[in-house]
Design a binder for this molecule. Structure first.
Ligand code: MLT
Ligand code: MN
Ligand code: ZN
Length: 312
């Protein structure tokens, strides 16, 4: 029998967590989806993706509060020896708590982790939400700035290239709630990640307020687009019981449904396949037999699931 190839032939992508902040069920939410998830013992972990060009060294796209269980559930991310990790770098698309808190959970590391973030986000992680400073007392991170709209080669903390080129493009959004007063800057990006050997491309846009030229430039020709599926409708949170809750658009999330929703626009964004991620627990499309799920699928889109895997 031939030994398994050491180098995988294409870029691998795993959805570690498909839920938005709070997960499914969310601890204090009694909505139908959350109740169903409790009763059936099923659920979804918070937003994160893992990607690898060689199947051996992995890059986290966002680090969720559920990172510990996500790593435990994926053999690809288990240590290879007594200590160590195949997690070779992390990229943050924003500074939201659901996309960054997981960095704290990696504090037992014995070597630095390379963490890429847009300039505005790196500032937040140094000041308002000082993960970089706190973690410097542990093994520490090596912060690296993601330039706007310019491809860079991702590398581990030692500088070894990971075989993936990454372009970060600012998308329509706003700074996180804890930093509403922050100065103008880049707080939200979408990523275009390309396997440098094969050209396979992942477009990753977990939070965006529009399907605009920025999103189309990220998605054009990509084998897979993972896109913001947070809310179905603009007033979903208020309807679920949060009377003063902000609308989807106020939170910087373009709703999936409705005449100007992402479902109408994504099929023309230029990706070969589109899967919705960062899905809030209130979103009716989570129901497998819901009318909303049928609409999404009829539009040629898919609802992401924890553990979904792709080869690009
Ligand atoms: C978002 O994606 O809008 C945020 O993560 C919301 C939050 O949990 O604060
Ligand atoms: Mn979020
Ligand atoms: Zn809920």
């Amino acid at each position: 029998m031939n030994p398994a190839p050491l180098i995988s032939s294409s870029m691998r992508v795993i959805i570690l967590g498909s839920a938005a902040g709070g997960g499914l069920p969310q601890w204090n939410c009694g909505c139908r989806n959350c109740q169903e998830a409790r009763l059936s013992g099923t659920g979804r972990t918070q937003s994160s993706v893992a990607v690898s060009a060689d199947g051996a060294r992995w890059v986290l796209l966002n680090a969720s509060p559920d990172l510990r269980v996500q790593v435990a559930s994926r053999p690809e991310l288990w240590p290879r020896g007594a200590r160590g990790t195949p997690i070779s770098a992390a990229v943050c698309t924003d500074g939201e708590i659901d996309h960054t808190l997981g960095l704290l959970l990696l504090r037992e590391a014995t070597t630095k982790l390379a963490v890429y973030a847009p300039l505005g986000v790196a500032g937040l992680l140094d000041r308002e939400w000082p993960l970089f400073r706190i973690l410097s007392a542990y093994a520490g991170l090596e912060p690296r700035t993601l330039p706007d709209g310019q491809a860079i080669a991702l590398a581990d903390a030692a500088g070894k290239k990971l075989g993936i080129a990454c372009t970060a493009v600012p998308v329509a959004r706003r700074p996180p709630r804890y930093a509403r007063q922050a100065a103008a800057g880049t707080y939200d990006v979408g990523l275009r990640l390309t396997d440098e050997r094969t050209g396979g491309t992942l477009a990753y846009v977990p939070a965006a307020g529009a399907v605009d030229d920025a999103v189309r430039s990220i998605a054009a020709g990509a084998g897979l687009l993972l896109f913001d599926g947070t809310f179905w409708s603009d007033d979903e949170l208020a309807e679920a019981g949060g009377t003063d809750a902000p609308s989807a658009r106020e939170m910087g999330h373009l709703p999936v449904g409705g005449p100007e929703g992402s479902m109408q626009l994504l099929p023309r964004a230029g990706a070969q396949r589109t899967v919705l991620v960062h899905i809030n627990n209130t979103n009716p499309m989570l129901g497998r037999s819901s009318a909303e799920r049928a609409e999404v699928e009829a539009a040629g889109l898919q609802v992401g699931e924890d553990g979904m895997e792709f080869e690009l």
